[in-house]
Design a protein around this ligand. Structure first.
Ligand code: HEM
Length: 275
């Protein structure tokens, strides 16, 4: 995306605020140190809405456009940089409206960031709390691909998505009218006993594994292959560098408070020093 190294903590704060808005630790995340930011980064911070109430005195919806003025301002600043060969410069030049460009930045900066950030510790936690499966994976590393799919099924980073019906229809015996909202629970579909044998069993050899953690249909996740690659890369390192990783005694993982994403804020682990 061409985000300078110095500004990357801003993306962490934006993802925290958008996805973790129900969690007291994340809702007002401001961990980026202004001193270390580029000029564009500091200019973005200056656009950050102050407090949690708008000019009309009503609470600002943390996921609204108004609440994300700093993120959108930053996206434009990146696209404006000279040498507009950058991805963002090209995206904005491709006939998108300002809102479409901003929303596309939002999707990459948040959808492509917070999801993997939750998939990695969630998948690792699942693996480490099923030590027989972890041992199997260490013995048979060729199972890494199917292990990643099973981690995604068992720990869907995105719990649910909401859709708006574009026409009247009947779905599973229920009448749904045009304009009505329908919530799709990936977490539930992934444990559908008519699709998955013994759905509550974590089995890294499960095949086929038609989970819906990346959604379904024309809006299927654009970054699914990248996400899988990142998960495999991290696990390969864990398996070679820290094979005896295990959950730390008596320290429970801390969940992010969210009814949208399945996140872990802390995952206490331990390993033995080798040699
Ligand atoms: C494990 C990691 C990830 C999970 C679980 C995940 C999950 C999802 C889900 C559930 C959807 C909605 C699909 C639907 O509406 O049916 C989606 C859409 C999307 N994801 Fe991901 N995602 C992940 C990683 C990524 C990455 C790495 C990127 C980009 C770098 C990305 C970019 C997108 C985009 C752009 C869309 C919108 C696609 C569209 O509306 O056509 N995602 N993702």
């Amino acid at each position: 995306m061409g985000v300078p190294e110095q500004d990357r903590q801003l993306l962490v704060d934006w993802a925290n605020r958008v996805i973790g808005y129900q969690d007291a630790d994340y809702a007002h995340s401001g961990t980026a140190d202004p001193e270390g930011l580029t000029g564009a980064g500091r200019a973005a911070l200056a656009l950050r809405p102050a407090g949690t109430t708008g000019v009309d005195g009503r609470p600002v919806n943390p996921r609204s456009r108004a609440a994300l003025a700093d993120m959108f301002g930053y996206a434009h600043a990146l696209a404006d940089r000279p040498g507009s060969g950058s991805l963002l410069g090209r995206m904005r030049g491709a006939g998108l409206s300002a809102e479409e460009f901003e929303t596309a930045f939002f999707l990459f900066a948040v959808a492509g960031n917070e999801t993997v950030r939750n998939a990695l510790p969630g998948g690792l936690h699942t693996l480490l709390t099923h030590p027989d499966q972890y041992r199997l994976l260490l013995r048979r590393p060729e199972l890494l691909g199917s292990a990643v799919e099973e981690m995604l099924r068992f720990w869907p980073p995105v719990l649910e998505f909401r859709r708006t019906a574009t026409r009247d229809l009947e779905l599973a015996g229920r009448r749904i009218r045009r304009g009505e909202k329908v919530v799709v629970y990936h977490a539930s579909a992934n444990r559908d006993e008519t699709v998955f044998a013994d759905p509550d069993r974590f089995d890294i050899r499960r095949t086929p594994n038609d989970h819906v953690s990346f959604g379904y249909g024309p809006h299927f996740c654009l970054g699914a292959q990248l996400a899988r690659m990142q998960m495999k890369a991290m696990l390969r390192l864990v398996m070679t560098e820290l094979p005896d990783l295990e959950p730390a005694d008596g320290a429970a993982p801390a969940h992010m408070v969210s009814n949208f994403q399945n996140g872990l804020k802390k995952l206490p682990i331990r390993w033995r020093r080798s040699g």
